[in-house]
Design a protein around this ligand. Structure first.
Ligand code: ATP
Ligand code: MG
Length: 414
């Protein structure tokens, strides 16, 4: 905290010397007023004559006085970043306004006043600034009622077209509301509902929307988040057919528990939740989802395995292994979560659990019996795996005996 203030004071002094005005803006101001610490600090700079290069110029001047700072300038975007040796990052941007040539498009920017810069932001609680230098130094700048909304714990957009201009704000509204324990203002909810009814789903292809959805799916309140999105009709942003049915919610929750046995995979849970959501979209529609190659392959594999299992009567581990041996643990969990009947889902979970147990016998044991690597060799090892999965091999002694018998020349002809 003290370090951040010392560094902001340096920004203020340098801005003053350059005849600029610098402001702390956005999340940092919100967090400051809430008494929380921010990980990233954003500074907006108003240049003397509204020049576009104000932020890079300020960053360069600060870096010139301190050789330990790393400087990154993005003249094209009118932004810069200063990075301290301890990892502290300060992002600087020239005060600007944004135009959306069409809904959801990348905005065009133009340097502007701090007021317009704040007006382009998502919510009132994120649209406050603290002036760092000049006559208004250390004053709170709050044009849109952010302070009152913060006190009343409300997430409110600044203008009716906000969600149409940038649908990622829908996900941000839900995320901030749940993270801070705030309510979304009724009118803001109405703006969300109105914007999604216009069919925004093709925007899912946008990387930013994916990123925002990813943040939500990684948060502890991911389920409440999806429920709220569904209530607002905003899962349509992902796909127009997508609804959070009770079965889908249950499957997602099961996925969480299913991981119990697969602790190392926990880090991929947010991705798996997304995969599971997409699996709920009909197969025809799914082909049109803008997925990367990896995700698409995974969807296809799991859908294909589901079709095979639909005709399956034998749900023993050995039988499942015949169909699912080619599926990785994540794909298998996805598949299991998509099986409606509890016992069958459990059969797959049991099979996966068994599959994780180390093999009781291996190639070295076969070599010790005098066999040479080749098709026979591999077939015998496959059979050993299946026998172990089926529960026929339970200890090493028995497994070795089984192997010895299986490797008899008479038992080897196919
Ligand atoms: P967090 O603590 O999650 O970082 P934050 O408010 O700092 O919260 P960021 O995503 O870091 O959120 O964005 C910084 C600021 O930029 C926001 O406070 C907001 O003013 C503005 N902003 C970010 N995304 C948008 C958006 N999609 N539309 C409008 N303004 C945005
Ligand atoms: Mg931030």
């Amino acid at each position: 905290e003290a370090v951040a203030i010392e560094r902001l004071a340096r920004v203020a002094a340098t801005a003053e010397a350059l005849d600029q005005v610098a402001y702390l803006v956005g999340g940092a101001v919100r967090d400051l007023l809430l008494g929380e610490t921010s990980s990233d600090l954003d500074v907006v700079v108003e240049g003397r004559g509204g020049e576009a290069g104000a932020a890079p110029a300020l960053a360069r001047a600060i870096a010139a006085e301190d050789a330990t700072l790393r400087l990154e300038c993005f003249e094209k975007y009118q932004t810069a970043a200063l990075i301290w040796p301890d990892g502290f990052v300060l992002d600087l941007a020239t005060a600007r306004t944004e135009f959306y040539p069409r809904p959801g498009a990348n905005p065009e920017v133009e340097s502007a006043s701090i007021r317009l810069d704040l007006y382009r932001r998502d919510f009132t609680i994120n649209a406050m600034a603290v002036c760092l230098n000049g006559p208004r130094a250390w004053q709170l700048i709050d044009f849109f009622g952010g302070f009152v909304d913060l006190r009343e714990r409300i997430v409110r957009v600044l203008h009716p077209n906000s969600f149409i201009e940038d649908p990622t704000r829908i996900f941000r509204a839900v995320r901030f509301a749940l993270r801070l324990g705030f309510a979304i203002a009724p009118q803001t909810e109405a703006f969300i509902v109105r914007s999604v009814s216009g069919g925004l789903h093709d925007l899912y292809g946008g990387e930013r929307l994916k990123t925002e959805l990813g943040y939500l799916l990684a948060a502890p309140f991911w389920l409440e988040g999806l429920q709220l999105l569904d209530r607002l009709g905003a899962l349509r942003c992902v796909h127009p057919d997508l609804r959070l049915t009770e079965a889908l919610a249950a499957a997602l929750v099961w996925l969480e528990g299913g991981y119990g046995a697969f602790a190392p995979l926990r880090a991929t849970l947010p991705q798996l939740r997304l995969d599971r959501l997409l699996l709920a979209v009909g197969p025809q529609a799914a082909e049109s989802l803008p997925l990367d190659g990896h995700a698409r392959t995974r969807q296809r594999k799991v859908r294909a395995a589901l079709l095979v299992l639909a005709k399956q009567t034998d749900w023993s581990a050995a039988a499942l292994h015949r169909h699912l041996a080619g599926l990785g643990p994540e794909e298998s969990l996805l598949l299991a979560s998509a099986i409606g009947q509890t016992e069958r889902r459990q059969s797959i979970a049991d099979y996966l659990q068994r599959r994780r147990e180390p093999p009781l016998v291996g190639g070295d044991d076969l070599k010790a019996l005098g066999l040479k690597p080749g098709p026979d060799f591999r077939k015998i090892l496959d059979d050993a795996t299946t026998a172990q999965l089926a529960g026929k091999l339970v200890d090493r002694e028995g497994a070795l005996a089984w192997l010895q018998d299986r490797a008899q020349p008479g038992n080897r002809a196919y």
